[in-house]
Design a protein around this ligand. Structure first.
Ligand code: AKG
Ligand code: FE2
Length: 286
């Protein structure tokens, strides 16, 4: 089954529809070369300093650079892209809310073999989620052109509806070939893997993934993004990072407070002000 390609103008509902049917879709040219150049310039020092992967799954010739909310203003914009959030919201609409799962530049170096084909949702200790019940939705933004030769992600379209713990050979998969600036969307249940890089240049992809608000995030945003930076971020981004309650009560702070109050007390309704006053009263102050 070929991978469907859409245009940004097709809109979030159409992207979510194809994701429900195929588990993957490419949206061509969602961002421009100048945005990618800015992203690359902001991240260059971090990309250079990132060590190679420690095992076969992460890739011994692959560098994975995270913490992108703290490190790149452009990554913050892309994480919050309205078309992406609309499509992800459609895929995960059965959950009360969703949050950022991880931010990572995946730089697959020349000579890297194909990654084992897997489902990203296996990260949740292989919990057998019901077929068709997606908990995760991913984007992989091509920072360089993605080709079969340079390590384009390999996907098995439609495999999100297959049984769990299957194994696939490279020949069962399709390469998500796309121009730089295009985005591969794929769900947590889709079987896929990084491609072998048989070229002599590095393949750069920006992996921004989202998960329902009731599961643990893969990249710990609270510890990755320093408080001084978090304090300056827009409220919707903070909420997306997890400074919000998941479902009804998950992640609250002390006396049922909204976690955003800890970084942005001025957004508080019941928050720090009241608590400080209560403490003052307890000490015999006003
Ligand atoms: O970089 C890629 O193309 C995909 C990598 C991947 O699927 C993973 O590391 O989980
Ligand atoms: Fe993956």
């Amino acid at each position: 089954m070929p991978i469907e390609h859409l245009k940004p103008a097709d809109g979030p509902e159409r992207i979510a529809e194809v994701l429900a049917r195929d588990g993957c879709v490419v949206v061509d040219r969602l961002t421009e070369p100048k945005t990618l150049a800015r992203l690359r310039a902001e991240l260059e020092p971090w990309l250079e300093a990132t060590p190679l992967g420690p095992d076969d799954f992460t890739g011994r010739r692959t560098r994975r650079t995270g913490g992108l909310i703290a490190r790149s203003a452009t990554a913050r914009e892309l994480v919050s892209d309205p078309l992406v959030l609309g499509a992800v919201g459609g895929v995960l609409s059965h959950a009360k809310n969703f949050q950022l799962h991880l931010t990572q530049v995946i730089a697959i170096g020349p000579g890297e073999p194909a990654q084992a084909v897997h489902r990203d949702q296996w990260a949740f200790d292989f919990f057998p989620f019901p077929t068709g019940y997606e908990v995760q939705c991913n984007t992989l933004w091509a920072m360089t052109d993605f080709s079969a030769e340079n390590g384009a992600t390999r996907v098995v379209p439609g495999s999100h509806l297959r049984e769990d713990k299957l194994t696939f050979a490279e020949s069962d998969t399709e390469p998500a070939e796309m121009e730089a600036g295009s985005v591969l969307f794929y769900t947590g249940a889709l079987y896929h893997g990084g491609g072998a890089n048989r070229s002599d240049a590095v393949r750069y992809g920006l992996n921004l993934t989202y998960v329902v608000g009731w599961l643990r995030q893969e990249e710990n945003q609270y510890l990755t993004v320093p408080r001084e930076i978090a304090r300056e971020l827009p409220e919707p981004l903070l909420r997306l990072m997890g400074y919000a309650r998941g479902a009804y009560a998950l992640g609250y702070v002390d006396d049922l407070r909204d976690p955003i109050e800890v970084v942005r007390p001025e957004l508080s309704r019941t928050g720090f002000g009241d608590l400080a006053r209560a403490r003052g009263q307890a000490r015999g102050g006003d």
